[in-house]
Write a new protein. Structure first.
Length: 362
C-alpha cells in the first residue's frame, strides 16, 4: 500500500495515456474487466472516465436501456445527484472570494426572512457550517420525501424547506455532523439573494461558460443526451426510474457528461486549474471525520495511507449513482456512473480503478 504513490508517479511518467494507447493496452483490458465485475452484480451499465496525465478515456459498458437493449453511450448526460453540490459550493466560494458574502455569517444575514422562517439553525449556523454539514439543519430527504418523488421536479428551495419547516434542529451548529441536503438548499438561496440571479444562471456565468462545458446543465428537463435509464427504487432493483425527476435543485441539479465532469474537477483541483482559487478555498477548512477523512467546504477530502490525497464527492438518487474522484497530485481523475441503486459498488469500483492505475505496467 505504501508504494502506491511512487508507482502511480512512475506510471504517469512512463506511460502515454492516450485514447489509442488505452484501446490497445493491457491496462485497458484490466479496467474493462473490473467494470464488468461491477455489472455482474446486477447493474445494467456504467460510464467510467479515467484520466491520468491529462488525456481522458471514457469506457461505456453494458446497457443504457434494458427494455430496448440500448448500449451505454460515452457522451450521455449523467444524473450527478449530490455531486452537483460541488457546483453550488463553487458558486458560494466565488462569491466569498469576491467579497460579496462572508462564510462566517448566516443564511439569515442574506435571505429574506419569510423564506427561511421556521428552519432550524438557519439564523445561527454559518455558511461555512452549511458547506461542511455541521450546521444541524434537518435533512428534507427522508423516507417520506423519497416516497413522493415523481415525474414533476419538487426539489425547489420552497418545497424542500417546507418539508422541514418547524422541525427541531438535529444538533447545535458546530457541535455535530450530519449530511443534510437542506444545507445546500439554503446555500442556493444565499447565492440567489446576493446576486439577484437564479442559481442556474450563476452556474452558467461562473462555471459552465468559462470552462466551455457544453455538455453540462442545471435543472435540465428535456435534452436528447439524457438517455440513460436508471434501475432500482424502494427495494425493487427492476424498477425503471428514468421518468422520475429527482435530479434538480441546489443540492443535486447538475447533469453533465463524464468528460465535462472531469473538466470541472480538474479546473478546481489541478494546481493550474481555471478555478484553482475556488478549489483551494474548498480545502482550506477541514472537519476531521477520522481515518484520514475530512469534510471540507464542499468535497470530502481524503488523506490515504498510501500518501495520496483526494478530493471526492458521491451522488445517489433512485436508479443512478456517481462517484467523482480527483487525486491532487499526481493528476488523476476518475468518474464512475452506474445506472443502478447500489452506491457502494460505485465507490469500490472507483477505489479499485485507482489501485489498477497504481500497479506497475508491463
Amino acid at each position: 500500500m505504501s508504494l502506491i504513490r511512487p508507482l502511480l508517479t512512475a506510471l504517469l511518467a512512463g506511460f502515454s495515456v492516450t485514447a489509442a494507447a488505452y484501446a490497445q493496452s493491457p491496462l485497458d483490458a484490466q479496467i474493462e474487466a473490473r467494470i464488468d465485475e461491477t455489472l455482474a452484480e446486477g447493474i445494467a451499465g456504467a460510464v467510467v472516465l479515467v484520466e491520468a496525465g491529462g488525456e481522458p478515456h471514457v469506457y461505456a459498458r453494458g446497457r443504457a436501456d434494458r427494455a430496448q437493449g440500448t448500449p451505454m453511450p460515452e457522451g450521455a448526460l449523467l444524473r450527478l445527484a449530490s455531486v452537483g453540490k460541488l457546483y453550488t459550493a463553487a458558486i458560494i466560494h466565488r462569491l466569498a472570494l469576491d467579497g460579496q458574502i462572508d462564510l462566517d455569517r448566516t443564511a439569515a444575514d442574506y435571505v429574506a426572512p419569510e423564506l427561511i422562517a421556521g428552519i432550524a439553525n438557519a439564523d445561527i449556523a454559518s455558511l461555512r457550517q452549511l458547506l461542511n454539514h455541521s450546521a444541524g439543519v434537518p435533512d428534507y430527504y427522508d423516507e417520506a420525501w423519497e416516497a413522493q418523488v415523481g415525474t414533476t421536479p419538487r426539489n425547489t428551495a420552497q418545497i424542500t424547506l417546507d418539508h422541514i419547516r418547524g422541525r427541531p434542529a438535529d444538533y447545535a451548529p458546530g457541535e455535530g455532523y450530519g449530511y443534510s441536503n437542506s444545507h445546500y438548499q439554503l446555500l442556493g438561496l444565499v447565492a440567489e439573494a446576493v446576486t439577484d440571479e437564479p442559481l442556474g444562471t450563476l452556474m452558467e456565468r461562473m462555471i459552465f461558460a468559462p470552462l466551455n462545458l457544453q455538455a453540462t446543465g442545471f435543472d435540465i428537463e428535456d435534452d436528447p443526451r439524457n438517455t440513460i435509464h436508471g434501475y432500482g427504487r424502494l427495494g425493487d432493483d427492476t424498477v425503471d426510474t428514468f421518468a422520475l425527476r429527482d435530479n434538480n435543485g441546489a443540492d443535486g441539479g447538475v447533469m453533465a457528461s463524464a468528460v465535462d465532469t472531469a473538466r470541472f474537477l480538474n479546473a478546481l483541483f489541478a494546481s493550474d486549474g481555471a478555478l484553482s482559487d475556488i478549489g483551494t478555498a474548498m480545502l482550506s477548512d477541514r472537519l476531521d471525520r477520522g481515518d484520514g477523512r475530512y469534510r471540507a467546504l464542499g468535497p470530502l477530502y481524503v488523506e490515504h495511507e498510501s500518501g495520496l490525497s483526494l478530493a471526492t464527492h458521491s451522488g445517489f438518487i433512485d436508479g443512478y449513482v456517481t462517484t467523482a474522484v480527483r487525486v491532487l497530485s499526481p493528476d488523476v481523475t476518475i468518474i464512475v456512473h452506474l445506472n443502478g441503486s447500489q452506491p457502494q459498488l460505485a465507490g469500490s469500483l472507483a477505489r479499485d480503478l485507482l489501485f489498477i492505475l497504481a500497479a506497475p505496467q508491463d
